[in-house]
Design a binder for this molecule. Structure first.
Ligand SMILES: Cc1ncc(C[n+]2csc(CCOP(=O)(O)OP(=O)(O)O)c2C)c(N)n1
Length: 642
């Protein structure tokens, strides 16, 4: 790839709708694919975003839009992170300057952006279920439309895909499933299915198949029987021994492939054939993640899956200075604990590096399990490990544990099993937008009987609370922390039960209860309130669910209680504190600050928090107004109080 080309060049500028693609010659399509890759690298290198997956799906997307008639036919991209090329050919090239920035283009499909987008997803393995329902609806309503779902081999490790396939196989609907098989999730995809697919990819016979298919396609019309017969003959001759065809066909779904997913012509032929089949078909496209951009192709960790911020085009290296992240602190401490305790094991759902489990895996390969994109399985498998005498630490992003609520509730908690869930990227995360925010965990899991939730505020408290969590033997724990760099430690002045007192004054007007990553914000608020003459005590409960009983005692000695949390207010820690005050008969007014219920748009974390009024300035102003209003009311009620 030519790394110095401008961001948008010749042909690409002439493509503003899928129809424009259908006018291009094979040679022009090859040029266009190169321009698209240049554009992707140029744009994503400035904003960060999903690069490797999109570089790998360029030709497949072009073929899809040439064969199907979007938006009449519906194209659904599983996980949604590989829809950039789709965005580019559906009139959204201009938006890439503000990709994932506030007010700019979303990093995932988005209905407000285009009629070509239907599902706003970022959680994996859902597209086949959407497709199943959509195809049934079209059939019932007598609409002659195709549904096409594109799903990665990584996403195929998620159980929902198999539930969907089981149902799709029972229909005769016009549904095409394109398996975009690049052999990777972030890291190489794991599991039996992945082994099966990789046998195919590594088999020299498979390369021969692709060559033969290419040769054959070169001499046959694009549409029609001959191509299929050639594919079929080749398939019968060589591929039976190595392809996943029997596996899919045993399920009852027609299988076509493998097809070279970087050959637009071959993909187009296969897709046209699949379209004409008028029943569910799987088209197996073999692709390479990061294809065409050397730093991505050579990136061992994840083929530049998703650089979080700007990077150097020549090297693929992030421009931001490295800093100590929350994840690093967790990963280091987990390995230290594992050194001391042979019963500690780690589980990741296809995110070993991003969650830090990779560090444990490097030291103790037998004690770290990558279960694939299978959070539900991760939870119940952890229950099994705990029943077998081990202490599993399940490390997932906060947003993804939502999937496993029932497993945490019944399979783990009801059995009183010691499993520690470590939730990374908790709270408002930023550029990935609403489906990636980890703002529901404290509300959702707060209702699980016997489950304890810790929210560390800095590196020291993360290390300490992780150790406390893995010491719990009679039920599950959650340790949740945000994304990004860990702040400087905020030492406590004293401890009351499990609660850290971070600051106190002689006056006892406001008890400010800070949750985890909002500790720094709380200290800023306290400074501002102190400037207004209020006496503020800042406490960090550390363990926020169940609410420590000592908090009610502290509350009773103040005139107001204010809670601050990086999670939804509804059912959050503030609500739980209010309820425990009521239960204890402590009649101190409480005001809870947190994330309002809603799907808040993407932007930087700071921008979103500011938009939600969660800044020191806004909170201090609200508390001051509220406190002064209360003071007036108190003066009216009781003439003896000032
Ligand atoms: C439920 C869920 N868990 C974890 C993730 C994080 N995640 C995003 S992309 C990805 C890998 C997807 O692999 P694949 O489907 O093969 O697509 P590729 O990126 O390789 O093109 C993972 C694990 C997710 N999006 N959803």
């Amino acid at each position: 790839m030519s790394e110095s080309l401008p961001a948008s060049a010749g042909l690409l500028a002439s493509v503003s709708a899928p129809g424009d693609l259908r006018r291009l010659t094979p040679e022009q399509l090859t040029v266009l694919a190169a321009e698209i890759r240049d554009f992707l690298v140029a744009k994503v290198s400035r904003t960060g975003g999903h690069l490797g997956p999109n570089l790998g799906i360029v030709e497949t997307t072009l073929a899809l839009h040439r064969v199907f008639d979007s938006p009449r036919d519906r194209l659904l991209f599983d996980t949604g992170h590989q829809a950039y090329v789709h965005k580019m050919v559906t009139g959204r090239q201009d938006g890439f300057d503000l990709l994932r920035q506030r007010g700019g283009l979303s990093g995932y499909p988005n209905r407000a952006e285009s009629e070509h987008d239907l599902i706003e997803n970022s959680h994996a393995s859902t597209a086949l279920s959407y497709a199943d329902g959509l195809a049934k609806a079209f059939a019932l309503r007598g609409e002659d439309r195709h549904v096409v779902a594109v799903v990665g081999d990584g996403a195929l490790t998620g159980g929902m895909c198999w539930e969907a396939l089981n149902n799709i196989a029972a229909t005769k609907n016009k549904l095409v499933i394109v398996v975009n098989d690049n052999g990777r999730s972030y890291a190489p995809t794991i599991g039996g299915l992945a082994d099966h697919l990789s046998t195919l990819r590594l088999n020299p016979g498979y390369e021969r198949v692709l060559d033969l298919v290419k040769e054959a396609l070169g001499s046959t019309p694009v549409v029609g029987k001959p191509v299929y017969e050639v594919l079929h003959a080749v398939k019968k001759g060589i591929k039976d021994a190595v392809s996943p065809q029997p596996m899919f066909e045993d399920l009852g779904i027609k299988y076509m492939g493998p097809v070279d997913g970087h050959d637009v012509h071959a993909m187009e032929s296969a897709l046209r054939r699949a379209k004409g089949f008028n029943a569910p078909v799987i088209v197996h496209a073999v692709t390479r993640k990061g294809y065409g951009y050397r730093p991505a192709e050579q990136d061992q960790a994840d083929c530049l899956h998703g650089p979080g911020s700007a990077f150097d085009v020549a090297t693929g290296k992030l421009l931001a200075k490295p800093s100590v992240k929350w994840t690093h602190v967790f990963a280091d401490e987990l390995v230290r604990i594992a050194d001391e305790r042979p019963d500690i094991v780690g589980i990741t759902a296809a995110m070993a590096e991003p969650t830090g489990i990779a560090q444990l895996a490097r030291r103790y390969p037998d004690r770290a399990f990558d279960v694939g994109i299978a959070e539900q399985h991760a939870a119940t498998s952890a229950a099994g490990l705990a029943m077998g005498g081990l202490h599993p630490v399940v490390a997932v992003y906060a947003t993804f544990l939502n999937r496993a609520f029932d497993q945490v509730l019944l399979d783990v908690a009801m059995h009183g099993l010691p499993v520690t869930f470590v939730l990374d990227r908790a709270g408002i995360t930023g550029p990935d937008g609403p489906s990636h925010y980890g703002i529901w965990d404290m509300s959702v899991f707060g209702v699980v009987p016997g489950l304890r939730i810790a929210a560390p505020r800095d590196a020291a408290s993360l290390r300490e609370e992780l150790r406390e969590a893995v010491a719990v033997e009679d039920g599950p724990t959650i340790v949740r922390f945000p994304t990004g760099s860990v702040p400087a430690d905020m030492p406590a002045v004293r401890r009351v039960g499990p609660i850290d007192v971070l600051r106190e004054t002689d006056g006892r007007d406001v008890l400010l209860v800070v949750v985890g990553s909002f500790a720094g914000l709380g200290l800023d608020v306290a400074d501002r309130l102190a400037e207004q003459g209020y006496g503020v005590t800042v406490v960090d409960p550390r363990w926020v669910r169940p609410v420590p009983i000592e908090l009610t005692g502290l509350a009773a000695r103040h005139r107001l209680v204010v809670t601050l949390e990086d999670g939804v207010r509804a059912g959050g820690v503030g609500a739980a504190v209010a309820s425990s005050l009521r239960d204890a008969g402590v009649d101190v007014p409480l005001r809870d600050f947190g994330v309002p219920t809603g799907f808040h748009p993407h932007g930087t974390r700071a921008e979103i928090l500011a938009a939600l009024g969660l800044t020191a300035q806004d909170i201090a102003r609200d508390v001051t107004e509220w406190a002064s209003g209360l003071a007036v009311a108190e003066t009216r009620q009781s003439p003896y109080r000032v």
